[in-house]
Design a protein. Structure first.
Length: 747
């Protein structure tokens, strides 16, 4: 066994202690039995030196990736950045991973991570001004080179390697060839346990220098007890597809549980899959370790990261293709539907737990590949809906709106084609359909701040759930989003209705206890809109405590909305130092991972501004407010080019804060102008639903400032607005009349 491990085990290197202390790398070491290809390695180095670009070309199984890994391993000390991009996956996503790695090492935001297209542009600009870096575009198939054309044409000072089965568009070719007889013999000797000369000669001759075949054949001879050499030779010599033959022979030797697992592995991301994922899709959890070992013995999979808790594996493309071919389309469809079902029932029921689960190693990437495979093998639309839902959920968790849009478009496209019919859906399908609609509602809120569009999807999801059994957790989530949407649109009575529905679910213990944090959060938000700040603070603290007890670290970005709301509540309560410290904590969490023009800093700066103003630091407060305003106005996704048409509630808060500060500094006309901007946005957002605490406070501040500046027109405008909406008996209406009377008496 020790000998076997020496042969097939490889190691992933993420941030090793190379010569360059700050090297960024996701290099996987080449297999230890790799031999020769000196000619290709020399040409690869020569092309990179002369042209900064090289293309390793050849059919699957000739060792293109291994040659590339060997070159990189031998020359790793030359590079500050080494990054392999798996072209089986979305290239933009792979570039985002590199951007995050660069930012993490730099401990600051050198490259934007917000918009995936901006990431690519900024990353290429960043690399163009540097040298001593290497990008490898790996796993390109026939007719796939078009998707890396912009990188082929890119001018830069680093090195780029393209690893493809197709030479179209590519230059500076390093053609992979089969091993020379002498090299084939060395490889066979390295692999065979018994070093039998006849077996070595057979492997070298029969497989014609094809490395993957030699590896497969050697492992069959090593592992299969009593394998008849003559019969094996006969089958090999008669076979037109020797790779398929070797895979078939290996399959015949596998235990049923290992064989089932292998058939499923062929349909997921065969370049990287975790043991945890295998534990989800296997039919036999009890034999998982022995099944993995069995597959490894036949070189059907290889370990690339031997992390004890969750090791990572890979499979050669050609092996995955042959297994899928052997199984046939119908069986592949069955395997995929089973993978989806097992995945679905492995997801924890709590919202927080679900997020943590999907964020684990290789899960998100594998979801993407499984979705593509499901389309290829015509998996039923409702099974694909399950997969699409979890994919969309995972993308929204990391604010990846680029990929989230793909899943939104997929459902909308199939809906328009009439492929979703409630009458044909069973109970489970209706649950997933409702959840999917709910996630699309979340997408429209977070990406476009379109609350009306969002509410359409949540209301539709709520209708789908009518009469659906065992859907309490889903209903709770839909009620939560309907409540928060109505709060922001000023429909407080409607929001209270949905909060009451949530309370009933928790009262009868029909939902996961950990999800009560969402009830606390929505109650805190509602209390703010009613001006009940002590209650709001209690509720938001309850919400934070739930997440801490669940084990979510206090500096996890999951707390973003919670900390922002808490800072706002503390400011309203006059606890300005605590509010500032809470905003500062959030600032420190985001400083290493986001650029300071990101909208999150705008929201943080608003709370810092309000806190500084409360502490008597008006100039600092004004500086923070103006920083926030610039961020929100220049954020293209917010559509704030025309402020008169804006519906940006974050910008409302900025203008009100700015108005308060300017008023205190005696800049009364500027203050009134800021309040007017806030009023316009509230009118755009709320329509007739203006009877909420923040609007009352705005009118009061604007009228008071107008009174101080002797602006009778605006004083009466805001006084009458307040009286019309909130009534004569409202304390602020009475206070405004009293202030005017006092001023007139003084005058």
């Amino acid at each position: 066994m020790k000998k076997f491990l020496l042969i097939v085990m490889v190691l992933v290197i993420y941030n090793p202690a190379f010569t360059r202390a700050e090297q960024i790398s996701n290099l996987i070491m080449p297999v230890s039995y790799f031999v020769n290809h000196v000619k290709q390695l020399n040409l690869l180095k020569e092309n990179l030196t002369k042209y900064r670009q090289a293309s390793v070309i050849g059919v699957s199984g000739l060792g293109k990736t291994q040659v590339t890994r060997m070159y990189v391993h031998e020359n790793k000390d030359y590079y500050e950045i080494i990054w392999f991009i798996d072209c089986n996956l979305d290239i933009n996503e792979e570039l985002l991973k590199l951007a995050k790695a660069i930012n993490a090492i730099a401990k600051t935001k050198l490259i934007s991570e917000e918009d995936i297209f901006s990431v690519k542009k900024e990353l290429l600009a960043y690399l163009s001004n540097k040298d001593h870096w290497l990008l490898v575009f790996d796993n390109l198939k026939i007719n796939e080179n078009q998707k890396i054309k912009e990188f082929i044409d890119w001018e830069h000072n680093g090195h780029v390697i393209f690893v493809s089965q197709d030479r179209d568009l590519l230059t500076n070719i390093v053609k992979m060839s089969r091993f020379e007889r002498s090299d084939a013999i060395i490889l066979a000797k390295n692999l065979l346990y018994n070093k039998d000369p006849q077996s070595v000669e057979f492997l070298a001759k029969a497989f014609d220098g094809y490395p993957i075949l030699i590896v497969q054949g050697a492992q069959l001879l090593n592992v299969v007890a009593g394998l008849n050499m003559e019969e094996y030779k006969k089958q090999v010599n008669q076979s037109e597809d020797k790779i398929k033959l070797n895979v078939t022979l290996a399959l015949n030797e596998l235990k049923p549980s290992a064989k089932q697992l292998l058939n499923k592995i062929a349909l997921i991301n065969n370049q990287a899959f975790s043991k945890q994922l295998l534990g989800i899709i296997t039919d036999s959890k009890d034999t998982l370790d022995s099944d993995i070992l069995e597959l490894s013995k036949f070189s059907l999979i290889s370990n690339t990261d031997d992390n004890k808790e969750n090791p990572i594996f890979e499979m050669y493309d050609i092996i995955a293709e042959k297994i899928a071919e052997i199984n046939g389309a119908k069986n592949n469809q069955i395997y995929l539907e089973d993978i989806i079902a097992k995945f679905k029932y492995s997801i924890p029921s709590g919202v927080v737990e679900e997020r943590i689960f999907i964020d684990k190693k290789t899960i998100r990437e594998n979801l993407s590949i499984i979705f593509k495979s499901s389309e290829k093998y015509n998996v039923t639309i409702y099974k694909m809906m399950d997969l699409g839902f979890y994919s969309l959920s995972s993308y929204l968790n990391i604010f990846d709106y680029y990929n989230a849009k793909k899943m939104v478009d997929w459902l909308n496209k199939n809906e328009q084609a009439g492929k979703f019919t409630l009458l044909l859906m069973d109970n489970d399908a209706k649950q997933t359909y409702a959840r999917y609609l709910g996630l699309i509602g979340a997408y429209y809120i977070h990406k476009d701040a379109n609350r009306n569009k969002s509410l359409e999807y949540y209301l539709k999801a709520n209708q789908v759930l009518e009469g659906v059994k065992n859907a309490e957790t889903i209903k709770n989530n839909i009620f939560y989003n309907l409540a928060i949407g109505n709060i922001h649109l000023g429909n407080l009575e409607e929001a209270e209705k949905y909060i009451h529905f949530m309370e009933e679910l928790f009262e009868h213990k029909l939902v996961n206890e950990s999800d009560i944090s969402f009830l606390y959060f929505i109650k805190a938000r509602l209390a703010c809109f009613k001006g009940k700040y002590i209650e709001a603070l209690t509720q938001i603290n309850n919400c934070i405590d739930v997440h801490i007890k669940l084990g979510v670290p206090i500096d996890d970005l999951f707390y973003t909305q919670l900390y922002l709301l808490k800072a706002g509540i503390l400011n309203f309560m006059g606890k300005y130092q605590e509010a500032y410290e809470q905003a500062q904590q959030l600032y420190k969490m985001y400083k290493p991972v986001k650029q300071e023009d990101h909208e999150i800093f705008g929201r943080i700066y608003v709370q810092m501004s309000r806190a500084e103003f409360g502490l008597g630091n008006s100039n600092k407060a004004l500086d923070y407010a103006q920083k926030a305003k610039n961020i929100f106005i220049h954020d293209r996704s917010r559509n704030n080019e025309n402020l008169k048409a804006s519906k940006d509630t974050n910008l409302v808060t900025v203008f009100i804060t700015e108005g308060d500060i300017l008023s205190s500094l005696g800049k009364l006309e500027e203050a009134i102008s800021a309040y007017q901007q806030a009023e316009t946005i509230y009118n755009n957002c709320l329509g007739q639903n203006l009877k909420i605490e923040p609007v009352s406070l705005l009118y009061f501040k604007a009228a008071s400032t107008a009174l101080k500046s002797n602006d009778d027109f605006f004083y009466k405008h805001y006084l009458f607005k307040h009286e019309q909406i909130f009534g004569y008996n409202h304390p602020r209406t009475k206070e405004l009349y009293k202030l005017a009377l006092t001023k007139n008496n003084k005058d």
